[in-house]
Structures are given as C-alpha cells and as structure tokens.
Design a protein around this ligand. Structure first.
Ligand code: 5GP
Ligand code: ZN
Length: 114
C-alpha cells in the first residue's frame, strides 16, 4: 500500500466503495462518476502507478485484472460487449496514479477514439 494513494485506501477499506469483485490480486469497484450503466474500475491490489510501470515482474497482475474483467462482465450481464480503457499519465488523462482499467458497458458505446 502506498501512502496518499486513493485507490490503495479504497482497497484497504479506509475509504468506502461499492465493491463488485475481489480476489487475491485484484479489486474492483463502481466508478463514482459512471459514464455508462456499467462502469467498474478494475485494479491490481499491489500499487503500480500506471501502465508505464508494467514489467516482467508484475505483468501477471495485469493478466489477473483481465481475467477479472471477463468475470465481472459476465456477472454484470454485458452479453453484447463492452469497452476496457486505461488512461496513462498526464497526456493520457490519468487522474488517479494507481493502475486501473475502466470496464464500461450496458449501452451502445459510440464515442470511439480509435
Ligand atoms: P482516471 O481518470 O485516472 O483514468 O480514472 C479515475 C477514475 O476514478 C475516474 O473515473 C473517477 O470518477 C474515479 N474516482 C475518483 N475518485 C473516486 C472515489 O473516491 N471513488 C470511486 N468509486 N471512484 C473514484
Ligand atoms: Zn495505490
């Protein structure tokens, strides 16, 4: 756990959240400002600041996050698909520096960047 990290505090239960999934390595909760009917943040429990810090030593945790994403999507009934977004660093628009994946769905998502 990293001091002053909002998402580490949420994982530790020090700040309340609406948890939707937890296992040994992964934690997931609903975004406080949802952009779609389903908007879940999926993150490794271990503090990794951003995607730029993924390396051979922690990449398995990213795989764990994507395994969780598939399970959560099924549990949330996202049968027609969904979008997974990671914002990295200042230019990427990342506002909380604890690696997380936005799982968004529950409606037709139109606003594609690519
Ligand atoms: P980013 O901009 O870093 O990719 O995404 C951060 C996300 O965290 C935003 O979508 C924002 O709404 C969400 N967020 C920020 N603070 C909180 C909080 O205290 N609780 C929850 N559940 N989500 C938060
Ligand atoms: Zn953290």
């Amino acid at each position: 756990m990293k001091n002053n990290c909002l998402f580490c505090a949420i994982i530790a239960g020090e700040i309340p959240s609406t948890k939707v999934y937890e296992d040994e390595n992964v934690f997931a909760f609903r975004d406080i400002n949802p952009q779609a009917p389903v908007h879940v943040l999926v993150l490794p429990k271990k503090h990794i600041a951003c995607a730029d810090e993924i390396d051979a030593g922690n990449a398995a945790l990213v795989g764990n996050c994507f395994e969780a994403i598939a399970k959560i999507a099924r549990a949330e009934g996202l049968k027609s698909g969904y979008r997974v977004i990671n914002n990295c660093g200042e230019d990427g628009g990342q506002s909380v520096m604890h690696l997380h994946f936005h799982l968004i769905g529950g409606r037709k998502l139109g606003e594609k960047i690519i």
